[in-house]
Design a protein around this ligand. Sequence first.
Ligand code: NAP
Length: 286
Amino acid sequence: MTLQNQEEPGSRPDHAPIAGVIGWPIAHSRSPLLHGHWLKRYELPGAYIALPVHPEDLGAVLGILPRMGFVGVNLTIPHKEAALKLADIVTDRAALIGAANTLIFRQDGKIHADNTDGYGFIANLMQYAPDWRADQGPAAVIGAGGAARAVVASLLESGVPELRISNRTRLRADQIKSEFGAKVVVYDWAQAGNMLEGSRTVVNATSMGMAGKSPLKLPLEALSAGTLATDLVYTPLMTDFLKQAERRGCEIVDGLGMLLHQAAPGFERWFGIRPEVDDALREAVL
Ligand code: NAP
C-alpha cells in the first residue's frame, strides 16, 4: 500500500523557515540577536538560532539540517574553511577568499556557499564614511587571517591602486600576495608601521585590541590626518586603534556595521526581505 500525502525524506513540508549560526563555541555570537530583530521588525514567521557544532560533526550536521526545515546557516570560527569544501556550489568571491560565512540549502538538495564579509566591510564604509573612495590612495591591511582575506578581496575589487599588508606570520601575507596579485605589497611585521605612510585607508583585520586579547602594538606616527581608519574588532566598539587614529585626525569607522551588513544577504535569501541596517538594529545588537 502506498501512503498518500506523505512527503519524501528530505522534501520540505509547508512550515516557517529556520536559519542559524554554526560555531564552536557559539555563545558569544550576536547573529541571533540581529536576525531576531529583523524577523520581529518585518513580522516574519521563522526563527534564527545559535547551533554549537563540534568541527568533527560539521558534515553530518549540514547533511541533516535541511531535513529539519533549515533554509541555511551562517558559519563562524572554526567552520568557515571546512564548510566551503562541503558545499556543492561556491560563489567566485567565496572561492577567492577561501572561506564561506553563508550557506543556502537549496530546494534541490544542493548547498550553496557564499562569503559576504567583504560586502559587509565595504557597505559599512559606504554607510559611515560616505565620502570615502577606494581609489584615493594605497590601503594598508594589518593581519592576514580569514577576515583579512575578505577585506583584501573587497578593497581590490573596489579599486585601491595599491594594497599593503603585514602580518605577524609573514607566510600568510605572502600567500595573499601570490593569490591576489601585483597590487599587493607585503611589509615585514617589524616594519608594519611604515606601510601607513601615505595610506588613505587603514584596516585592523587582526583580533588584537579585542576585549581579553593583546592590544594592537603598532607605531601609528605615519598615520596622516584625513585617512580612513577602521577596525574589524567591535568588542569594544571604540578600540584603542580607533581612539589613536581619531586623535591623529583620521576619519574612523567601527567594526559593528560590517557584522550587521554581512548578515543582510543571507537574511534576504532565507526570509525573503532585504533588511535595513539602521540605528535601531545597532542598538538592538549592542
Ligand atoms: P583569524 O583567521 O584567526 O586571524 C587572526 C589574525 O590576527 C591573524 O592575522 C593573526 O596573525 C593576528 N593575530 C592574532 N593575535 C595576534 C598577536 N598577538 N600579535 C599579532 N597578530 C595577531 O581570525 P579572523 O577570522 O581573520 O578574524 C580577525 C578579527 O576580525 C577577529 O577579531 C574577528 O572577531 C574580527 N571579525 C570581525 C568581523 C566583523 O563583521 N566586524 C568579521 C569577521 C571577523 P597570525 O597569522 O600571525 O596568527
